[in-house]
Design a protein. Structure first.
Length: 290
């Protein structure tokens, strides 16, 4: 007997009575079995969010699920996404010289912790920069930024978009890619591009943020993973973490601890996205727990 198909569906709409009942009835009438369901009512915006996992006959696909849900979606004015769990997401990784996040994501991919396919790696540095990493046959694209050309940045970003399209990437991850994306590229990748950066109080921008933190005597360091928007490092937040430090920690220790936080925060954010746990809610997110 063929194994059943499994799906994750996300719904968002203005809150009103009957949403859950209508959704569950539609799935039941279509022969689906709900195995997990989470919901959130944002009382400030009066928006309602649902994540539901369900199983059904193997012949179902994403299009057939959307067709079954169409009357409910129209009735409540819902935004809907459907993901067939038989289809692995394709993820494009962008990195510069700092490769701790890239190495970590590759490890979690190989061990099966992150269920995805690597669509490729893009870097503004040559492949030899990552000679110590096991890249195997992962497609590698060296796309340097020629600052001497008047349109150098636009040309480089156009090549990045070509790789995104040619590789059929579902998600782009800036794994410490140390280039600021243009507003146009941010908009093209809206909702499917995740960035990681350090986060301190106060915020330290520019070069050597951990050294700046040391000079100010901070007591907490942390990292934030968020969706990329034209507002630099201010996109909807997916995941954050912090770690206490003390006056005994010199800058190199802050850098080491910061890298560890960045690795785990980015990995969690990527996993939450791959598992369809994240729903955009204006300038912030709803992240359903595991």
């Amino acid at each position: 007997m063929e194994a059943p198909a499994s799906f994750v569906m996300r719904l968002a709409c203005d809150n009103r009575p009957g949403i859950v009942a209508a959704m569950a009835t539609a799935l039941y009438d279509a022969g689906f079995d709900i195995v997990d369901s989470q919901q959130f009512d944002d009382i400030e915006t009066d928006r309602f969010f649902v994540r539901v996992v369900f199983e059904g006959a193997a012949e179902h696909d994403e299009d057939s699920v959307r067709a079954r849900m169409a009357p409910v979606v129209a009735r409540f004015g819902m935004a809907i996404t459907v993901h067939d769990l038989r289809r692995r997401r394709r993820v494009l990784l962008l990195a510069s010289k700092q490769d701790h996040c890239l190495a970590d994501l590759l490890y979690r991919w190989r061990t099966g912790e992150l269920v995805m396919d690597i669509a490729g790696i893009v870097s503004n540095h040559p492949r030899e920069t990552f000679a110590h990493l096991r890249l195997d046959d992962v497609p590698f694209h060296h796309l340097p930024l020629d600052r001497g050309r008047p349109n150098g940045k636009a040309e480089q970003e156009a090549r990045i978009l070509q790789v995104v399209d040619a590789s059929a990437a579902d998600l782009v991850v800036l794994a410490r890619y140390m280039q600021v994306l243009s507003n146009g590229l941010c908009r093209r990748l809206e909702g499917r591009c995740i960035n990681i950066h350090h986060s301190f109080l106060p915020g330290f921008k520019g070069a050597k943020p951990y050294h700046q933190a040391f000079e100010r005597g901070v007591k907490l360091i942390g990292a934030t993973a968020h969706y990329v928007t034209p507002d630099l490092d201010e996109g909807p937040i997916i995941e954050q973490d912090v770690e206490r430090i003390s006056h005994r920690d010199p800058p190199d220790v802050l850098v080491r601890k910061g890298r560890d936080i960045e690795r785990r925060v980015l990995a969690r954010a990527v996993r939450y996205h791959l598992e369809d746990r994240v729903l955009l809610n204006g300038g912030k997110t709803v992240v359903f727990p595991e």
